[in-house]
Design a protein around this ligand. Structure first.
Ligand SMILES: [Cu+2]
Length: 408
């Protein structure tokens, strides 16, 4: 099983993440169906196009285009698949950057120390000895039309072969290259044929980089439309974030409580009069005011258990969160609209820069939360610091008292 060095840390850190975001959404239950055609071999071949709604949460959530190109829903929708049929999960759009899709028997796979679909891992409870021949159901990772592994349970992709290499070790690192390098390597897709007859529970798609992005996959019955087992089992042990209306208006997460005025923040951060600015810039400036207040409020902390590591993480996490929010707000404002990210137009340079900030810093936040958990440090250790009176008002106050002393 692929082992992620911070998996245990992330597993513990999830509690802090869930508490920090009280507004959450239940997972959907109706399975969304793929777009299926009869392939070259005469067998059915089905496709889900994987996308990501980056505004759906701090991390963004997966979305999929299924049968007829219809959107399956924007928050990790439930998908339905048929056993023994070839499925492709295509990852073409920029929103997939840093989000290589994986499949596991429980949410978040190795990020939560749970078994994934791999050649050496038999479906739980199936009694299969497929692990001995490295032939258990597993995804097959494909980059630019080339299958990256040696294992195969699907002759339509590669000659059937038992092997532990199913291409993930080559596929996943490419998603962490600089954006333009990732994009210039061509197309990315994952083949999956689930060919165990006994296992009927749900399993999960997830992101190999970011925890808390898992969604459910259900097996379909003989008619290929309804769930073989309607009950959602196993459970997903967390609920999905749902930004409120104000957060959404800024494209941000977790800032609405920090709209100015706020006792812990200056009266404003953007000091220009915004009256004559165009509405989108005015709104962007208002969002900047709010997110800066969220950031500096988050950056007033104690030194938890005397630890410099705690202080670093407690200060850096809100800093990263607002970098991510600023980029999403700039996307909403329209200033990163770009037809071709390979050009050096200012909007395109910013698009690339912001995609890297959003995805890299989100992964770093999860690492920092994991470190806090591993060292048994609190996830947050906030203190309330009212905003100090400005230097100017202090100065005039001291002048007044100085004059008073003179008169006396
Ligand atoms: Cu991800």
């Amino acid at each position: 099983m692929k082992f992620c060095s911070i998996s245990i840390l992330l597993a513990i850190a999830f509690i802090g993440n869930a508490k920090a975001n009280p507004q959450q959404e239940e997972e959907t239950t109706e399975p969304c169906l793929a777009d299926c055609v009869v392939g070259g071999s005469g067998d059915l071949e089905c496709t889900f196009e994987v996308r990501r709604d980056e505004l759906a949460s701090e991390l963004g959530y997966f979305e999929f285009r299924g049968a007829g190109g219809v959107n399956c829903g924007s928050t990790n929708p439930t998908l339905g698949i048929m056993k023994g049929v070839t499925y492709f999960f295509k990852q073409p759009s920029t929103g997939n950057y840093f989000h290589p899709i994986g499949f596991a028997y429980y949410p978040d796979g190795a990020l939560d120390d749970q078994p994934e679909l791999e050649p050496g891992i038999a479906p739980p409870g199936s009694g299969s000895d497929c692990g001995l021949t490295l032939s258990c159901p597993a995804p097959m990772y494909i980059s630019d039309g080339v299958y990256l592994g040696k294992y195969s349970n699907n002759a339509d992709i590669a000659p059937v072969n038992g092997d532990e290499d199913f291409g993930l070790d080559a596929y996943e690192p490419q998603f962490k290259y600089p954006l333009l390098d990732w994009k210039s390597r061509g197309t990315y897709k994952v083949g999956l044929k689930f060919d165990d007859n006994v296992f009927e529970d749900d399993f999960f798609y997830f992101c190999h980089v970011h925890k808390f992005m898992s969604g459910r996959i259900k097996f379909l019955d003989g008619n290929g439309k309804d769930s073989l087992r309607p009950k959602n089992d196993p459970i997903i042990p967390y609920k999905y974030q749902q930004p409120d209306a104000y957060d959404r208006s800024c494209g941000a997460t977790g800032i609405s409580a920090y709209q100015l005025p706020n006792d812990q923040c200056p009266s404003k951060f953007v000091c220009e009069s915004m009256e004559d600015e165009k509405p989108s810039v005015k709104k962007f400036a208002e969002c900047i005011d709010t997110m800066n207040c969220a950031m500096i409020t988050g950056m007033t902390t104690k030194v938890n258990k005397g630890s410099a590591i705690a202080l670093f993480n407690h200060q850096m996490i809100p800093h990263h969160q607002q970098a991510i929010n600023m980029c999403k707000a700039l996307d909403i404002e329209g200033s990163t609209e770009c037809d071709d990210i390979f050009t050096e137009e200012p909007q395109c340079l910013l698009k690339v820069l912001c995609q890297e900030i959003i995805n890299v810093q989100n992964a770093q936040i999860q690492t920092m939360r994991g470190i806090l958990s591993a060292l048994d440090l609190d996830q947050t250790d906030d203190c309330v610091v009212p905003i100090a009176k400005s230097a100017k008002s202090k100065k005039s106050k001291s002048r007044k008292s100085a004059k008073g002393i003179k008169r006396d």
